[in-house]
Design a binder for this molecule. Structure first.
Ligand SMILES: [Zn+2]
Length: 351
């Protein structure tokens, strides 16, 4: 006989009983009294085995018998789900408990590694145009207060470069409104970047270092590639953590300020992912070729920057080079695009 508690299923009243097995019957009686009941064991539904929890034996009329975990005799329900025995066995072992902690941690890491970039990309590419514009403006304002100072380029030089920029950008399809802005930015050296609202920022140092107009427009083309792919927004969202991503996802506009604040941080100590670089390159190579400029111009521009400005070797001074590392892959792709360009160019010019 084992001590048990009887619940009639209609009230929370608990009755202390003693239960025992009698052949194919489950019997129980009030601990101090003569009342006795019985049901066939086959009509009793035992709850799952969970370490530390009492068993609930469900009776056919909706009542329950509660038996302490360790007190249920094994021969009452010998065919009780085998899987539950496995679960019970597992739960009793700390190695298994530890393993499940590891599984949870790995799942969380996977969420951060893959789930977060996925969510960031979804947000960035489905962001309403107006929100992106306002985020770009906020970012620019934040930068103007810190990293970006008024340009020192001559008006003549600015007008000339703006002219080339406008002509190039006006021929690009599927690009939202873009504009070019010059700033003196000693903290980020020779640099260029595209903000979410379509502003391409060019620092005075980089404008002074590009060897010619083609090199200038090649850098612009690459940056417009980042712009077309929403790369700045995606990268900043990716690195801004799960809370900002979640709140932007839920439409909390105040978090946009957090995104705007992430842009200066990105400019100072991060760079675009390799995939983003390749995609911006592809955009640049194609748009340059379409406007009659050899796609190799971007790589040549970068190489020329490095060669002709040894004084800009510092990490900060040639930030554009360090945030856009020229890998062999990128150079090979540029050369391939250049070969295709020259082949077509020869054909068209012979006519
Ligand atoms: Zn880039």
């Amino acid at each position: 006989m084992v001590p048990a508690v009887y619940y009639n299923g209609r009230s929370s009243h608990a009755t202390r009983v003693l239960a025992w097995r009698d052949e194919a019957l489950l019997r129980w009686r009030v601990a101090e009294g003569a009342d006795e009941w019985k049901v066939p064991l086959t009509e009793v539904e035992p709850s799952a085995r969970v370490a530390g929890l009492a068993f609930m034996l469900r009776l056919p009329d909706g009542a329950h018998l509660q038996v302490e975990h360790d007190l249920l005799p094994a021969d009452w329900f010998p065919r009780h789900h085998r899987i539950e025995r496995v679960v019970d066995w597992l739960e009793r072992r700390w190695m298994a408990a530890l393993a499940s902690v590891v599984v949870v941690v790995v799942s969380l890491l996977a969420l951060f590694e893959f789930g977060l970039p996925w969510a960031a990309d979804r947000i960035a590419t489905h962001m309403p145009r107006a929100v992106e514009t306002s985020m770009g403006r906020q970012s620019l304002k934040a930068l103007q207060g810190s990293l970006l100072k008024p340009t020192t380029l001559s008006a003549e030089r600015r007008v000339h470069l703006q002219d080339i920029f406008r002509r190039f950008a006006s021929h690009l399809p599927n690009l939202p409104q873009v504009q070019l802005a010059f700033y003196d930015a000693p903290a980020i050296g020779a640099n260029a970047f595209a903000l979410p609202d379509g502003t391409v920022v060019f620092t005075d140092a980089l404008a002074g270092a590009v060897p010619d107009d083609d090199a200038f427009i090649a850098v612009v083309a690459h940056e417009l590639g980042h712009q077309a792919g929403h790369h700045m927004l995606r990268q900043v969202l990716r690195s801004s953590g799960v809370f900002i991503v979640a709140s932007v996802l839920m439409g909390d506009v105040t978090s946009m300020g957090g995104v705007a604040a992430g842009v200066p941080a990105f400019l100072i100590d991060s760079h675009y992912s390799r995939t983003f670089e390749e995609s911006a390159d592809a955009f640049a190579f194609e748009s340059l070729a379409r406007q009659g400029i050899d796609p190799a111009a971007f790589v040549h521009a970068m190489q020329a920057l490095e060669r002709t400005h040894p004084e800009l070797k510092g990490e900060k001074d040639l930030r554009y080079m360090s945030s856009h590392p020229l890998t062999e892959d990128r150079i090979a792709r540029a050369n391939a695009a250049s070969q295709r360009f020259r082949a077509t160019h020869k054909v068209t010019s012979s006519h």
